[in-house]
Design a protein around this ligand. Structure first.
Ligand code: CS2
Ligand code: MN
Length: 361
């Protein structure tokens, strides 16, 4: 595996490439052209400039998170053809720039959903949190206003003000899209892009819906083992793969994370590994990465990734806000650096136990 950190780019991120370069064991970053809107064709010069900036800092561009999908593709309106063509052109240009992993999601309207961006934990850190009753009390169209005050002056991925200004119309546009239709539209999209992925060896890695159930009555399909296996089979190409995000699949306690990982052997192209602390089935918060701070056994998650021979990019996920850092919620430097170091430590221990015959593969 290759340990990476997500980086939003100069001008967007409070964290610098120089800082990331100094986290031991982190050799790459996952980035994006943050200024582009879903549906736009990416310019080759912008892709190459991003890559050069990262390489000049001694790191590798290990993949893109995300090339976002235009709503027309998810809804299945006639203009999706143009947007899929645009997506293919972007993939072509990424492939030509030697980029081989692209993360994306197929969530209608909102990317991830949380009810709080700065809940205080007993240790004084602040974290993103989810409480079902609080979400149920929110008018979806007001969701952006509700959380924008807690963004620390940053623009958070999936919550771009340009899109949120049209959120009411978006809801209407999705009114006749149910799970089956969303599956069909995803299949259509994947079938159209697989040839360019085959040509340039681009691994597509769908990110799960977060939380892993329907919110605000919108359809959600990338939520559990049955659905993800259905997706793998409906377009049975190794380039059609997943981002295994423990914090997103893990929102549903019925998801057996190590078992899901093992069932996806060869199709996990990217991993987000983080912990959650459940206070009840309806309330969770994003704890530190350590097993002892949350509800998941992080050793078992890393062991499952090791067992399936996972060799793609991996990253710590949302970190806590600690040590008075002011950054994009979930994406400060300090706690993610602790997370990367911890995950690297687990991996080293697993690898050495295996080499010494302590843990059979
Ligand atoms: C990320 C997602 O910050 C996060 O929760 O894991 O926003 C992720 O980048 C997208 O869903 C992928 O398209
Ligand atoms: Mn994730």
């Amino acid at each position: 595996m290759q340990m990476t950190l997500r980086w939003y780019g100069t001008g967007y991120d409070t964290v610098t490439l120089k800082q990331i370069r100094q986290i031991p064991g982190v050799t790459g970053v996952i980035s994006t052209l943050y200024g582009t809107q879903p549906g736009e064709v990416w310019e080759t010069s912008d892709i190459l400039a991003l890559k050069k900036e990262i390489e000049d800092a001694g790191l590798k561009l290990a993949g893109i998170e995300s090339v976002n999908i235009h709503d027309a593709i998810k809804i299945g309106t006639p203009d999706r053809e143009q947007y899929i063509d645009n997506y293919i052109t972007t993939l072509e240009r990424l492939g030509q720039a030697d980029v081989h992993m692209v993360c994306y999601n197929f969530m209608p309207v909102f990317d991830w959903t949380r009810s709080e961006l700065a809940r205080k934990r007993p240790d004084g850190s602040t974290v993103l949190a989810y409480n079902q009753a609080a979400i149920d009390a929110i008018v979806p169209e007001k969701m952006f206003e509700t959380i924008s005050g807690e963004m620390n002056g940053t623009v958070m991925p999936g919550w771009e003000p340009e899109r949120m200004a049209h959120v009411k119309e978006l809801f209407e546009a999705y009114s006749d899209v149910d799970d089956e239709k969303l599956f069909a539209n995803l299949k259509y999209f994947l079938e159209r892009i697989m040839p360019v992925c085959d040509k340039y060896d681009i691994n597509m890695a769908i990110h799960p819906d977060d939380p892993a159930w329907s919110v605000f009555g919108l359809p959600r399909i990338i939520i559990n083992k049955a659905n993800i296996l259905r997706m793998m089979q409906m377009v049975d190409n190794p380039h059609n793969g997943v981002t295994f995000c423990s914090g997103s699949y893990g929102t549903n306690l019925e998801n057996d994370l190590p078992d899901m990982i093992r069932s996806l052997k060869g199709r996990i192209h990217f991993a987000h590994v983080r912990n959650l602390k459940f206070n009840s089935q309806q309330d969770f918060e994003e704890a530190a990465h350590l097993s002892s701070d949350g509800s998941f056994d992080m050793y078992e998650i890393m062991l499952a990734l090791y067992d399936i021979g996972f060799d793609g990019p991996i990253r710590p996920d949302h970190g806590r806000m600690i040590w008075d850092e002011v950054a994009m919620p979930g994406y400060g430097l300090y706690d993610r650096a602790l997370g990367a170091t911890y995950l690297n430590g687990l991996w080293e221990a697993i690898e050495k136990s295996h080499e010494r015959g302590v843990t059979p593969r």
